[in-house]
Design a protein around this ligand. Structure first.
Ligand SMILES: O=S(=O)(O)O[C@H]1C[C@H](O)[C@@H](O)[C@@H]1CO
Length: 610
């Protein structure tokens, strides 16, 4: 194969081309969001149900149950954990939390713990609650005393810091709250527990550092939030409601998410926005658009309150505090100046309800465009099917398919009409439906790399792309979708082979070159920025492929090539996390040079242009 590279760029690579799609699918609570306690506030559970206490367990005979407190800690959190310490109790009696499939105890960290308590009946008890981090077998790694008084019959929040003495290798640990025998016979109500490790950029109520750092290393330019299906609700009533996700944690009711678990909404709209700033990316924010996953579309004459909610949501992000109550709410929460926002998505995957989207889009996009003429609105039906008014300038395309499909469709966007319509490949990934694989394989990741060469060749109309889903807790029962880009457990983060494909793609303008054979197995894309020429070569075949490049100008003879390659079925997994990682080496090139691409490989040849 001979590839002649043009000297003149045909189009810029939009700065937004590579970003991240996020929603709470095996990934927010217990994952990116740093809160370590599961079911920390008994949100959305039914008091008395066995499940109401999930992740909590009694310690040494403590008698615990979830009650609807007669004097709830807040209207958002009606439930409390009630502990009765049996009379005659001895030893440390109370309860514990197992975390999200474990708790990482790290002696270099200071943990911040807090909870609310009250005595439902006045008691003469005055003593300490002991909070601790301990192994499943009861070895104490860290503990602290919190004074507790039986005269405290109204809610009060108390705090403690925990600094473990060691870093056990096991994450099978518990956070415990216990009392000694002096508390025997007492009944105490608890609410709104919090246990945080250090967070990314030290952000309050922030993100888990190790996961955040892996995501940051991808240098994403945007972050799509809050979904995906998790925006939509199993009913209109359980949709993602922005104003339920902001303000004091004690005022956030949480919701039954769309991935079969309760969302605390501790990772809420303001946390997302600070996260985008900390990660130097812009939010691609979705607004609920009248369709819920039970298949219901609201009739047109019921949309007005939700359009107003969308206007308020956008004003919360970018509004002037003097001009909107939502923006004033943002200011009251400590953020006077607006956040940057350009793209707003109207709904998610509305191709499943495209008939009603005709009026839902008309009313949402119509009203929001009038209210925010500076924003760009993304439609979620299939392009031009149905015809929408106002004419969308952006569409969000999603595709999940086989390795072969991705390798065979790298020209997917080449034939799209250039008619001032721009495309967001908002979700794409190889899924291994037949083998139901938990982790991407090299064959799948190289298929994705082939498809991604099409993003750059068509970056005049493809303005953004993100693999989905982004994150996955690998613990049994902790995930709802496979595969995912980055995996984690309570103490580790794992980078899939597809992560490395995402990680390698960069460039600021596209240099046209000889077109690959759309039905072939070798693909390439040449991009440059001010200092470097990046030549991506994808070989989807199981044999090596020689590619001769003819560059338009002389270049330094020494270049580097970063190669991701391996057995077609190879995956990075928790037991073998670095089975396939990219290798970088020096190569000698010239204005014309031959490159032998290994079987199943992505190669990125970087040539300095200085
Ligand atoms: O069941 S699907 O509709 O395929 O779910 C997909 C599409 C949806 O937008 C996203 O939330 C999810 C996984 O990334």
């Amino acid at each position: 194969t001979t590839v002649v590279v043009n000297s003149t760029a045909s189009h810029a690579i939009p700065s937004t081309l590579y970003g991240q799609m996020f929603e709470d699918i095996n990934s927010g609570d217990g994952g990116l969001y740093a809160e370590l306690l599961q079911n920390r506030a008994f949100q959305q559970v039914t008091p008395g149900d066995a499940t109401a206490l999930y992740a909590w367990a009694a310690v040494n005979g403590g008698n615990i149950t979830v009650i609807a407190d007669s004097d709830p800690v807040s209207s958002a959190l009606p439930n409390a954990l009630q502990l009765t310490i049996p009379s005659g109790a001895s030893g440390s009696v109370g309860f514990g939390n197992e975390g999200y499939y474990g708790i990482n105890v790290n002696s270099s960290w200071t943990y911040n713990a807090s909870f609310y308590y009250r005595f439902p009946e006045v008691s003469d008890f005055s003593g300490d609650a002991t909070v601790a981090l301990q192994s499943a077998s009861g070895e104490i790694y860290a503990s602290a005393q919190i004074p507790v008084s039986g005269s405290q019959t109204t809610w009060t929040q108390v705090y403690a810091q925990l600094t473990p003495s060691t870093s056990p290798s096991s994450t099978a640990n518990n956070f415990t709250v216990t009392f000694d025998s002096s508390a025997a016979g007492n009944t105490i109500n608890f609410a709104m527990f919090l246990l945080f490790p250090p967070t990314f950029k030290d952000r309050a109520n922030g993100m888990r550092i190790d996961v955040a750092e892996v995501l940051y290393s991808m240098k994403p330019s945007f972050f799509r939030l809050p979904g995906g299906n998790n925006l939509e609700g199993q009913s209109a009533a359980t949709r993602w409601i922005w104003n339920n996700t902001v303000g004091d944690l004690v005022d956030r009711p949480g919701r039954v998410g769309d991935w079969s678990y309760i969302n605390t909404d501790g990772l809420g709209l303001l946390e997302y926005l600070y996260w985008c700033e900390d990660m130097e990316m812009e939010p691609f924010m979705a607004v609920w658009a009248g369709y819920s996953l039970d298949g219901t579309s609201l009739p047109e004459d019921e949309l007005a309150p939700y359009i107003q909610a969308a206007i308020d949501q956008i004003n919360f992000v970018t509004g002037d505090p003097s001009g909107s109550s939502a923006a004033a709410l943002r200011a009251s929460l400590g953020r006077e100046e607006p956040f940057s926002l350009t793209y707003v998505e109207i709904g998610n995957e509305d191709f499943v309800a495209s008939e009603s989207y005709i009026y839902r889009w008309r009313d949402f996009a119509g009203n929001l465009t009038a209210a925010f003429p500076q924003l760009k609105f993304i439609a979620t039906t299939d392009p031009f099917n149905p015809i929408l008014d106002p004419t969308p300038q952006q569409y969000d395309n999603h595709v999940y398919s086989s390795p072969d499909w991705f390798a065979e469709n790298s020209f997917y966007y080449d034939d799209f009409e250039r008619n001032c319509t721009y495309y967001f490949q908002g979700e794409y990934a190889v899924t291994y439906a037949d083998e139901n694989l938990m982790y991407p394989t090299i064959q799948g990741s190289i298929g994705e790399a082939a498809y991604m060469t099409g993003f750059e060749r068509n970056a005049d109309i493809v303005f953004a792309a993100s693999y989905a889903p982004l994150l996955m807790n690998v613990a049994d029962g902790a995930y709802q979708w496979i595969p995912n880009l980055v995996e984690f457990d309570a103490a580790n983060v794992y980078k899939s082979t597809s992560f490395y494909v995402q990680h390698l793609n960069r460039g600021t303008e596209y240099l046209p070159s000889t077109l690959p054979d759309p039905s072939g197995t070798v693909f390439w894309s040449v991009t440059s920025d001010s200092s470097t020429l990046a030549i991506k070569v994808v070989n989807y075949a199981n044999t090596t492929e020689d590619v001769t490049f003819q560059l338009p100008f002389a270049v330094a003879s020494s270049a580097t090539v970063t190669v991701l390659t391996g057995d077609s079925t190879a995956s990075n997994t928790p037991t073998d996390p670095n089975l396939v990682t990219p290798t970088t080496s020096a190569i000698t090139i010239g204005q014309a040079f031959n490159y032998t691409a290994p079987a199943y490989s992505l190669s990125v040849i970087n040539v300095s242009l200085s």
